[in-house]
Design a protein around this ligand. Structure first.
Ligand SMILES: *[C@@H]1O[C@H](CO)[C@@H](O)[C@H](O)[C@H]1NC(C)=O
Ligand SMILES: *[C@@H]1O[C@H](CO)[C@@H](O)[C@H](O)[C@H]1NC(C)=O
Ligand SMILES: *[C@@H]1O[C@H](CO)[C@@H](O)[C@H](O)[C@H]1NC(C)=O
Ligand SMILES: *[C@@H]1O[C@H](CO)[C@@H](O)[C@H](O)[C@H]1NC(C)=O
Ligand SMILES: *[C@@H]1O[C@H](CO)[C@@H](O)[C@H](O)[C@H]1NC(C)=O
Ligand SMILES: *[C@@H]1O[C@H](CO)[C@@H](O)[C@H](O)[C@H]1NC(C)=O
Ligand SMILES: *[C@@H]1O[C@H](CO)[C@@H](O)[C@H](O)[C@H]1NC(C)=O
Ligand SMILES: *[C@@H]1O[C@H](CO)[C@@H](O)[C@H](O)[C@H]1NC(C)=O
Ligand SMILES: *[C@@H]1O[C@H](CO)[C@@H](O)[C@H](O)[C@H]1NC(C)=O
Ligand SMILES: CC(=O)N[C@H]1CO[C@H](CO)[C@@H](O)[C@@H]1O
Length: 466
């Protein structure tokens, strides 16, 4: 009863913030989630042409291009700067805390890879370490043509440290993707959590690698100025045995280094970081996760090491959702859910973000960990102690929207809509965070779905959060 009441209260809150579209109240089956009536065009949009200004290389002599950042250590005091040049160049970053005054420098490394008959440019990656927290750094790259950028380090981990994460999944490089990214650039997001499926280069014959280059140029206007935290999706696998390409995640791991060794992971596609008030665990839906597999060993070690006094919020990122009531990719995440869900409940994970499905969906806190083959208890249960699950695979890629839902809407599904957009996860303090979802058809300031998330460990308010 309490759950239904709280659900109604949520609906009233939504009314108060004047959401658009029709509001679903409790229906004959007792469902209180909402399926938005809003529909965008269903036709897939095309990729930006190669001569579009959003994907063109910068001018100059062997200019640094495809510049992007990610966190470089466990605690948020390091940044990995990655960029590509067509010809050889020195992998060096000049940096400092004053604009134009680059008093420090750091050397790194250069790599290259081939994929079928494609040879990548020179991929440079440099880790800037021992940075000060909460500080703006300026940096410059380039031996001849020089380009300048800046970033802001996160605050030190702590209990009541506000921080805003952006969420984007399945972005691709279409006109819709461009709208999503343009809106995100207008947002207050400080670090982007990317839940996988980046360029969609593999939607082209022979996984046309040039589309990785155009994608990395496309995202530079955000990713050169704030870290993007990478999750591997199925489009990163690039398994093409017919032409001898059998190294999984080959382009992804060459182009997007992650700080995996800092969390004792042995694989770049799953790892963990602390950032401000959050401990973020990145999992791979496409790496073995069974008992005794390295990913499960990693996850259990990592969960046991989380300190909720240092980082009150515990976030998990993965690509293929465990709770998805869209017919698209239905149940693909089920085996991983069966293997891992009980661990996430035990360690009181606050929220799990996934992509994969090209639409938006938010659940109430839900768990489904009672089933043991013989007891028949296989129905997902609303459970305040369990995580909230959010599908944010609505970045706008070339494959188009996933518009068909299972009916009726399961009672754990709070809101679902087949539109493109992005999300913001705004942590206020140890007890409260606010999730907002921004659909592309609205201005950035408009919120199409929102919810307060109450911290699983610290919130003692007793409100029924279902
Ligand atoms: C891009 O190329 C197409 C086809 O070659 C051409 O029609 C279009 O004008 C070009 N656009 C720009 C911005 O140069
Ligand atoms: C740094 O200084 C240059 C030259 O004065 C200026 O164009 C640029 O906007 C400044 N950058 C920032 C981030 O303030
Ligand atoms: C790679 O192979 C494809 C298909 O055989 C061909 O169309 C393309 O021109 C080749 N690219 C290069 C750089 O050789
Ligand atoms: C990694 O393993 C080492 C050695 O066992 C340990 O000291 C360190 O705390 C571990 N780091 C993390 C982030 O788990
Ligand atoms: C957890 O973090 C707090 C705050 O930094 C620290 O005082 C405490 O010792 C840590 N607990 C453990 C078990 O490391
Ligand atoms: C709710 O979740 C908690 C934490 O995982 C668990 O202990 C409890 O058994 C769950 N309740 C139900 C009814 O599933
Ligand atoms: C499965 O669950 C039922 C009901 O909770 C319990 O009686 C039974 O012992 C469990 N079976 C196993 C193998 O744990
Ligand atoms: C949700 O639906 C399931 C079956 O579909 C039911 O067992 C459960 O009691 C429902 N929960 C609520 C809170 O209505
Ligand atoms: C945490 O933030 C929420 C939302 O701004 C606020 O209502 C609450 O009072 C804050 N709690 C503390 C302990 O500051
Ligand atoms: C991964 C890798 O090759 N790291 C090397 C990068 O360059 C530094 C020094 O320039 C080496 O110490 C690292 O081993």
């Amino acid at each position: 009863m309490g759950c239904v009441l709280a659900g109604l209260l949520d609906v009233l809150l939504l009314l108060a913030v004047a959401v658009t579209g029709s509001l679903g109240l409790v229906d004959a089956e007792g469902n209180f989630g909402r399926t938005s009536a809003y529909r965008r065009k269903l036709a897939a949009s095309v990729d930006l042409p190669y001569n579009d200004s959003l994907v063109l290389p910068p001018p100059g002599v062997n200019p640094p291009q495809q510049v992007h950042l990610t966190q470089g250590d466990y605690l948020g005091k390091a940044v990995i700067v990655t960029w590509i040049t067509d010809q050889t160049a020195t992998p060096i970053v000049y940096y400092g805390t004053k604009n134009g005054s680059y008093v420090d420098s750091q050397m790194g490394n250069t790599t290259q890879y081939t994929f079928y008959n494609y040879t990548s440019g020179f991929i440079h990656f440099v880790t800037l370490s021992d940075l000060e927290y909460n500080t703006k750094y300026y940096y410059k790259l380039g031996d001849v043509t020089v380009r300048e950028f800046f970033f802001i380090t996160p605050p030190a981990p702590g209990l009541d440290v506000p921080y805003i994460f952006g969420l984007i999944g399945d972005l691709g490089q279409t006109y819709d993707s461009a709208t999503t990214l343009a809106h995100y650039l207008e947002s207050p997001g400080q670090t982007l959590l990317n839940v996988g499926d980046l360029s969609y280069a593999d939607d082209y014959p022979l996984d046309y690698q040039v589309r990785w280059d155009t994608w990395s140029r496309f995202i530079e206007r955000s990713a050169a100025y704030q870290p993007w935290i990478w999750t591997a999706g199925n489009h990163e696998l690039e398994f093409l045995p017919a032409v001898g390409e059998t190294t999984l995640f080959k382009s992804f791991t060459h182009r997007f280094p992650t700080p995996y060794t800092a969390s004792n992971s042995t694989d770049p596609v799953y790892y963990s970081i602390k950032r401000g008030p959050a401990h973020i665990i990145v999992l791979s839906s496409y790496s073995a996760y069974g008992k005794y597999d390295p990913q499960q060993v990693f996850l259990l070690n990592e969960l046991a090491s989380v300190n909720r006094t240092l980082t009150p919020w515990l976030i998990v990122l993965l690509h293929s959702p465990w709770y998805n009531s869209n017919t698209y990719h239905y149940m693909e995440g089920e085996t991983m859910r069966v293997e891992f869900e009980a661990f996430l409940n035990e360690y009181q994970v606050d929220v799990v973000f996934a992509g994969h499905v090209h639409a938006y969906e938010r659940t109430y806190p839900v768990s489904n960990i009672r089933y043991n083959i013989t007891n028949g208890l296989c129905t997902p249960m609303l459970n305040n102690s369990a995580p909230t699950y959010i599908v944010i695979g609505d970045g706008g890629n070339i494959e188009g929207i996933a518009g068909v839902y299972t009916e009726p809407q399961p009672n754990y599904s709070a809101y679902r809509e087949a539109s493109f957009g992005h999300g913001l996860f705004q942590i206020y303090n140890r007890t409260h965070a606010e999730w907002t979802w921004h659909r592309n058809q609205d201005g950035e300031a408009v919120v199409a779905d929102s919810a307060i998330l109450y911290n699983k460990v610290w919130y003692k308010g007793g409100r029924n959060q279902c």
